[in-house]
Structure formats: structure tokens, C-alpha cells
Design a binder for this molecule. Structure first.
Ligand SMILES: [Zn+2]
Length: 135
């Protein structure tokens, strides 16, 4: 990857909440731990952005995430949705079968996937309305 140390650091922080959906569980846990280790150093040591960029380039899904974030300036919360158009993300099991629920308020970005029939449908944390199935 050809990004500046600042960009890499910014992207590494931004991607953290999404790693569990971008990778399968063992890889996600490994990457989360490694990123935390590298980012917890108060100031990045010389060269650690190279390590960060190697880590983030190891998988196609994280690489694409970084590209959309840094090059196409997607808001972080919209990137998973954009990536799902290209390929199923491994972090959500049966993402194809899991019905998607959305907030009934237009333009609200809250969504949720019902993975088990037993799961209770949540309310939108912003609007307090029960999510509805996305048709
Ligand atoms: Zn809402």
C-alpha cells in the first residue's frame, strides 16, 4: 500500500470496529490483537506504519476497506454495505440468508441482521423505533 504513515494510522483506527465482519473469527481476533498492540504505543515508532500496512493488506476485504476509506473517502460506517455488493463478507455467518432489518426512518443508517429466529428485533438506538424488515 502506498499511503502515508498518518493515513495508515488513521485507517487502522477507523477499521477496528469493523474487523469482526470483514474476516472470519480466528483472523479477525488475530488482526484485532495485532492492531491494538501497534496502536497502543503512544507515538508510532519509526517503521511501525509499515507493519500496520502489511497487516491491513493481508486480506482482500481489509485491503478494500482501506482503499474505499482513504482513496474514495467513504464514511467508515458505509463501507461494509459497499463491500457486500462485491462479495459476501466472512464475518457474518449466512449473511445471505440472514434477513436484514432497518430503521423505518428514511435515511437512517441503522441496520441489523437476524441470525437466529430467537433473536428479538432491536429498536433503532437513534430513533427508538422497532426495526422493520428490509424488503
Ligand atoms: Zn433510526
Amino acid at each position: 500500500m502506498k499511503y502515508s504513515p498518518d493515513e495508515i494510522r488513521k485507517a487502522a483506527i477507523a477499521i477496528q470496529p469493523y474487523i469482526a465482519e470483514l474476516l472470519d473469527a480466528p483472523n479477525a481476533q488475530r488482526l484485532e490483537r495485532q492492531l491494538e498492540g501497534l496502536l497502543s504505543q503512544s507515538s508510532l515508532k519509526q517503521g511501525s506504519h509499515t507493519q500496520l500496512s502489511h497487516l491491513l493488506a493481508e486480506h482482500e476485504s481489509t485491503q478494500d476497506w482501506i482503499r474505499l476509506y482513504l482513496e474514495e473517502q467513504y464514511p467508515a460506517e458505509d463501507i461494509l454495505k459497499a463491500l457486500r455488493v462485491y462479495y459476501p463478507l466472512p464475518g457474518i455467518e449466512n449473511s445471505v440468508e440472514s434477513p436484514r432489518y432497518i430503521c423505518p426512518v428514511e435515511k437512517c443508517n441503522q441496520d441489523w441482521y437476524r441470525k437466529n429466529r430467537e433473536d428479538e428485533i432491536p429498536v433503532c438506538p437513534v430513533h427508538g423505533l422497532k426495526l422493520i424488515i428490509d424488503s
